[in-house]
Ligand binder design. Sequence first.
Ligand SMILES: [Fe+2]
Ligand SMILES: [Fe+2]
Length: 270
Amino acid sequence: MARYLQIHRATQDVSVLHDRLDIPGLGSLPVNAFVLHAQQPVVVDTGLSTDDKDFVAELAEVIDPADVRWIWLTHPDRDHTGGILTLLEAAPQARLVTTFGGFGIFGCQYAVPMDRVYLLNPGQDLDVGDRTLSCLRPALFDSPVTTGFLDRKGGALFSSDCFGAPLPTPDLAGIDSVASVPADDLRAAQLLWASADSPWVRDVDRNRWPDRVGAMRSMAPSAIFSTHLPPAIGVPDALWDTLLEAPDGPEFVGPDQAALEEMLASFEPA
Ligand SMILES: [Fe+2]
Ligand SMILES: [Fe+2]
């Protein structure tokens, strides 16, 4: 199988396994999975779920899959579940960290033995040997079962879909640091994603929203690792500021049938 992931070590503790989705009308959306190199190694999400992708084979460049102890599934959307079943096979000691609802939704299609599952709710902690991971619900999410976590030792916040940004080009989607994305592009992409992926944000109580964002910000993460954003090491203030703006950002409306037909017609030879 062809290689498809771009892999790099973003911090001492975190490897990024980067893929992307090019979405017409939206942009190039990073689709990242991560390895947290804790004493008990943690794989955070497992990439896109298409048959041409062998996640475990590429993970082996970063860590022996047999050494993985935890597979943290932030939520069972198909851009997060790609390698789960093969990784559970390759990592006999690993347990799948999810919620009751996450297990239920994933279980509608795939059987995971109960003894391979570890149910963890926002507000609870997971001990991974040399550090504690504090489970949280990110401010923005597109699945009610979404969790992220703060690594209490390394300081990194794993935010799942929150902070996502479909960027103007594949090159920007694949860069090693969000600091290299032009500020205007980043802000527009972050607002677009907030509306497209969490359309409910437009209905939130404007008086309470700053507290939702503040709950994450007050953790003072040293880095943010979102599935759908290049790594944010040092966490620029602009990321938080744009998140605060999300309820009042432009509303995303997807292409309709007329737009689709227009697009298809443009593909036809003259
Ligand atoms: Fe999602
Ligand atoms: Fe996602």
